[in-house]
Design a protein around this ligand. Sequence first.
Ligand code: SF4
Ligand code: SF4
Length: 466
Amino acid sequence: MEHMNQNNLIDSRTLNLYEKQEKIYTRRMDGFFQRIQLFTGWPFLFAFFITPWLTIDNRQAVLFDLVETKFYIYWITFWPQDFILLSWSLIFAAFLLFFITNLIGRVWCGYTCPQTIWTAIFTWAEQLAEGNRNQRIKLDKSNLTLNKILKKTTKHSMWICFALFTSITFVSYFYGLYEMSYDAWNLNLSSPVVFWLVFFTLATYFNAGWMREQLCKYICPYARFQSSMFDEDTLIVSYDECRGEIRGPRKKNLKPKDLGDCVDCSVCVQVCPVGIDIRDGLQYECTNCARCIDACNSVMNKMDYKKGLISYTTLSQLKGKSFTWKRPKLVGYGLAVITMLISISVLLISRPLVHLDILRDRNLLYQEVSGGYIQNSYKLNILNMSEHDNYFTLKITGLKKISIVPESEIFIQAGTAKNVAINVITDPDQLNNLITKILISATSTDNKLVAEAESRFIGPSSIQEI
Ligand code: SF4
Ligand code: SF4
């Protein structure tokens, strides 16, 4: 009995840290910042869906060909050899994001992140099928009727159609839109393609339809470490507590002296896609989407109060200080961005468009051929990364009086590699050392493309080193 009492005591004192996820019914409201989102979101969406349709030189303009390990981005083709360039580009993108975040906060999350844009489209479809916020709440609470089934089916059908459309577009960046359409028309889609189409359809449907803000809150790492990029001059969405408190309802044109400007209408909470109350202060869930600003401004308008009770501001401005550019983080991120941009530009401009790999025949050190000449064998792999077919001439430096068999001129198609086996033959009198360093080069006929690689020429052991 005593043991049971103890358990009951512990149970009654246990704090339940689990909170059930409440469904968020976002209220849609128009406003200045929502219109800005149209200008940032729609071009991105348009570019995403239209790009796979573009072609350059009879190929898809943007194609990430994982089988051939080639990335086509408009007029530039990236090869595995360009991995360093890709790494620098990703680091550059990360630092650019840090710089922008330090300057204007989570503008990426609020205006351009695909999760934000797709969620906005899915909530728009939801509103179209089920009505406004109040109607949706009422519908969810109502019993199952034919009308409810019809509305829910319409909503999910729209979601699935858009998710499928998104998935087809996304996979076409890797498989090629025309190839995929052709295979689909002939009912010949390979199982990996079908798998990825189904996977991305379901991922889009669940992310934008069901998970929404939970992905930002619990999965996206950016939300977690963004605060480390903030400083007192970073632009944030903030509620002016001094002006707003003490909050309380009142009639229009009637303002009790003991109340601030906040009429406690909770419209700012109803429009928030992550379901937070900005009046509680800066929270990591806030994506800086500014919907609460638009919502509160419309309330202030109706009340004939000054706009800006919720606004984009900085902690410095809230403390009465003025904005400054001279901030260690901002300058540091800015310098890193400029340095990387210069490095990437230099790498891009100077990247070789032909690559040469040499493998010496390891089975045979050397061979004596007719006439007493010495022969070494090599396997060359020449990669023509340019957009044009080319003839390449082989040249060997480091040895005098040599001949290359079978040929020194090789034809290689644009964007392909060729394996070539060559024999290099020389007079032993030309060899001063047992091992001679040689340089093999492949030069295009117009002399614009040159690749070089070092190797060794091995002679007989009878050669005395000088
Ligand atoms: S608090 Fe305001 S800015 Fe932040 S996510 Fe909610 S609506 Fe957007
Ligand atoms: S919308 Fe403005 S007035 Fe209404 S509760 Fe939010 S902060 Fe207060």
